[in-house]
Design a protein around this ligand. Structure first.
Ligand SMILES: Nc1ncnc2c1ncn2[C@@H]1O[C@H](COP(=O)(O)OP(=O)(O)O)[C@@H](O)[C@H]1O
Ligand SMILES: [Mg+2]
Length: 269
């Protein structure tokens, strides 16, 4: 491909934050949809036993014959796990509650931290020509999240614009450093994206100031506002870009995709 923004290898991005309810799944779904809208081929890997990304993209439990659990622990191939979504260019490797026992079951495996990396390297996925693989992580720094970080090129961190938002971040960064030291020296921070931002709330503005002061360039210019359309879209089983294309949530995730793709040098540490 001559398009310079088109990665030669799929760019693998783990969407991670050990706090729940900060916008990981919303970001994975809608950033994925925005990239697909740009013409990229995107695979979303659902690595959360709650399977919210799978549900939010309309893959019902009965359609999840093979899941990321099978991928990690049953040697089922990625090509048999991947399902299309209603969004053109966006595929998903779904998850079910089976995945909740994966952490314990993986412990027995010598290659326990490398299971996802190896699964994503299967040659069979070449035929999909994925440009981006987004991994929706569970709300913990468990072995599942470590698997995502080992498999990934970078980590994208949604940060909810609320008090204490920055508190969990040092723990997350510590895990990133540990993964770098052991299994994946090239792991980068893709960036930190402020989510659920309320412009009328001084606290939101304070969190933004603090984040930009301490984290500088790592924080995306794009901010995702609190937008009810974003929370409604999953019950219609589509990304917000399809549910309400011109909503503020849609505009924000399109802007985030643009910023991520066209920014010259992705940020490091
Ligand atoms: N920017 C936003 N505006 C309004 N609601 C949001 C926004 N981002 C996420 N939500 C809602 O907040 C809840 C938690 O978001 P989710 O993406 O599931 O977080 P996580 O995956 O980190 O647990 C969900 O109900 C989601 O629909
Ligand atoms: Mg989630």
């Amino acid at each position: 491909m001559s398009d310079p923004t088109r990665p030669a290898q799929p760019r693998i991005i783990a969407v991670a934050n050990q706090k729940g309810g900060v916008g990981k799944t919303t970001t994975a779904i809608n950033l994925g949809a925005a990239l697909a809208e740009e013409g990229f081929n995107v695979l979303l890997v659902d690595l959360d036993p709650q399977g919210n990304a799978s549900t939010g993209l309309g893959v019902g439990v009965e359609e999840r014959q093979y899941t990321t659990y099978d991928l990690l622990l049953e040697e089922v191939e990625l090509k048999d796990v991947i399902r299309p979504t209603k969004t053109e260019g966006l595929w998903i490797a779904p998850a079910t509650t089976d995945l909740s026992s994966a952490d314990i079951e993986m412990m027995a495996n010598e290659k326990r931290s490398f299971l996802l990396r190896d699964a994503l390297r299967q040659r069979a996925i070449d035929s999909w020509e994925f440009d981006f693989i987004l991994i929706d992580c569970p709300p913990s720094l468990s072995l599942l999240t470590v698997n995502a970080m080992v498999a990934a090129d970078s980590v994208l961190v949604p940060l909810q614009s609320e008090f204490f938002a920055l508190e969990g971040l040092s723990q997350l960064m510590l895990t990133v450093r540990q993964v770098r030291q052991t299994a994946n020296p090239n792991l980068r921070i893709e960036g930190i994206v402020l989510t659920m931002f309320d412009i009328r709330n001084r606290l939101s503005q304070q969190v933004e100031r603090d984040a930009r002061e301490t984290l500088g360039e790592l924080v995306f210019r794009t901010i995702v506002p609190r937008n009810v359309r974003l929370s409604e879209a999953p019950s219609f089983a589509v990304p917000v870009l399809e549910y309400d294309s011109m909503s503020r949530g849609s505009l924000a995730y399109r802007a985030l995709a643009q910023e991520m793709v066209y920014r010259k040098e992705p940020a490091t540490t």
